[in-house]
Design a binder for this molecule. Sequence first.
Ligand SMILES: [Cu+2]
Length: 115
Amino acid sequence: MKKFAIITVTVASMLASGSILAQQKMDDMKGMDMGAKPVASAKTTHVALAVVKKADPKAGTVTLAHEPIKSMNWPAMTMAFKVKDKMLFDQLTEGKKVEVEFVQDGKDYVVTKVK
Ligand SMILES: [Cu+2]
């Protein structure tokens, strides 16, 4: 009877430590995940002065001829940006000079604000 109780306790503590290990492993993975992602560049908002060359609300893209962007280390160039918020197209009139805010999203540059 006593022996049985000891075995039960041992198994219970093994299970408990097992779950603690699993928890630790998950925490490690979370830590690795955060380290692998370029957190700073993914969340950094960049500002650009630009002239709207082409706006395509259907495709959700806008082509901007932007001035040099120091925070991206970019020279002046004409390039396409994604626009997820369709409301922004109200301000993205072709030929208009704008100040836009954008973020990097993987390979895309997404306009988040138009002034
Ligand atoms: Cu560019």
